[in-house]
Design a protein around this ligand. Sequence first.
Ligand SMILES: Cc1cc2nc3c(=O)[nH]c(=O)nc-3n(C[C@H](O)[C@H](O)[C@H](O)COP(=O)(O)OP(=O)(O)OC[C@H]3O[C@@H](n4cnc5c(N)ncnc54)[C@H](O)[C@@H]3O)c2cc1C
Length: 502
Amino acid sequence: MYDVVVVGSGGGALTGAALAAKAGLSTVVLEKTPLIGGTSAYSGGACWLPGSQVQQRAGIPDSTESARTYLAAILEDPDRARIDAFLAHAPELVAELEADPDLEFEWLPFPEYYDAPGRVPFGRSIQPVSIKRGDLPPAVADIVRPPVERDRLGAGGRNTLTGGQSLIARLATVLLREGGTLLTEHAVSALVTDRGRVVGVEATYRSDPVTVHARRGVLLAAGGFEGSMTMRQEHDVPGDVAWTMAPRGTNAGEPIRAAEMLGAATDWSALGWFCPGLEHPDGSGSFTLGFRGGLMVDAHGRRYANECLPYDRFGREMAKSPDRVPSWFVFDDREGGRLPAIAMPEGDPADHLAAGTWVRADTLPELATAMGVPQDALVETVERFNGYAATGVDEEFGRGADEYDTFFAGGEGPNKALTPVDRPPYYAARFVLSDLGTKGGLVTDAAGRVLRTDGTPIEGLYASSNSTASVFGSVYPGPGAPLGSAMVFASLAVRDLLEGDS
Ligand SMILES: Cc1cc2nc3c(=O)[nH]c(=O)nc-3n(C[C@H](O)[C@H](O)[C@H](O)COP(=O)(O)OP(=O)(O)OC[C@H]3O[C@@H](n4cnc5c(N)ncnc54)[C@H](O)[C@@H]3O)c2cc1C
């Protein structure tokens, strides 16, 4: 029997667990896989937490009010109570976390995703400071999920944990230090109730059923349903379980379904935190951002969007037509046959070429044939693109006009984000629609309580992270929005748990 049962071990879950343990509650984390951290461990660890003391230390002008202005300009039909709670609590949470000797953050310069009033140049994101494996308790160091490029190969983590790995490792360290418990290989499938109140969970540990009781409450923070093809199809989320970035065998939505069984309200949104996904020979996709050169075309050999758009916005452009999945990303030999972008992971170009996920040719017409797109269209598209590179103006999609577009690009022409594609051999890499998780899920209130369809809270049940319908709705405001919002609502859930029994 514990005070608090936390389901999942991503950034939201462990924030809630660490804070609950620090507040003196006996806390257990139940994680389905043998490793902790989920997609959060793969992440860059950016946390969009506006108005924090970390930003102030870095001398970055920001305030809760400017963030409110920014969100008001970009969100569609926001839940004001949740947004207000997010904005009010973000700075408090950062202060509370940084008061702990094991948690330390730094400002991360990374532009926000919309050119809108209230945007802060180079953003409002913070990230955990990297940490050496040797400085972690072995009980943590041994079970943090490695970075994606190593995890997918079955390799272990590095000696320095950065980004999301550092976040997970640091929060887990606090949890254990405060007497909390981490149980891996515990897959939660149902909730236990007593007269309408949630008092625990049912899980499976190595095929044995286990019941874990919670005196005060259960926090579901176990990812979305990106890993379930059935649920994706049921709720019209484009993409594929093979293309999602969630670690294999993780987020299949069982905790969301368990809450639904109790009458929890859901808002499915039919969206993910999308991104273009470099297709790999094994059929998987990898999150790709920061295109420095090249251009993306559809099945007709035509561009359809600014390739330098923030990844979620580009992903949503991809999702608009079946002719765009797969797309082909066309580039030249300027970088010696490597992709002029950041793909996590990129893989070996030779393996891609052997498998046909990449093709190569000395001329554009030959490349078009290898891609299976019309030759004339591809040649015309590339010539037109090269014309834009010469003038510095992308007349169709405005590539290079926004600070985000040029953040990663280092071109030498009149527009840093427009580099001609004119150095053979030419390459084309196949892209699918990937995601960093789904955005729909349980409906919660400003205190992180799970609501019924009539708007009343289910006693004892809280949710955060991608298990909930995103507080940002259809929008991805800036780097760190998934983790930042997950952490804030997990923390508010713990605050409510504490208040409820005081
Ligand atoms: C390469 C990459 C970089 C990214 N960078 C950033 C970034 O910098 N900032 C940012 O905000 N976002 C980033 N993201 C997105 C972000 O990582 C995810 O959207 C977010 O971490 C999801 O958090 P979560 O807690 O919902 O899920 P996860 O972090 O995936 O954690 C869910 C955990 O719950 C467990 N679980 C699932 N079902 C059960 C069950 N039934 N019982 C028990 N446990 C269960 C899973 O095994 C998993 O470990 C990035 C993603 C990728 C792939």
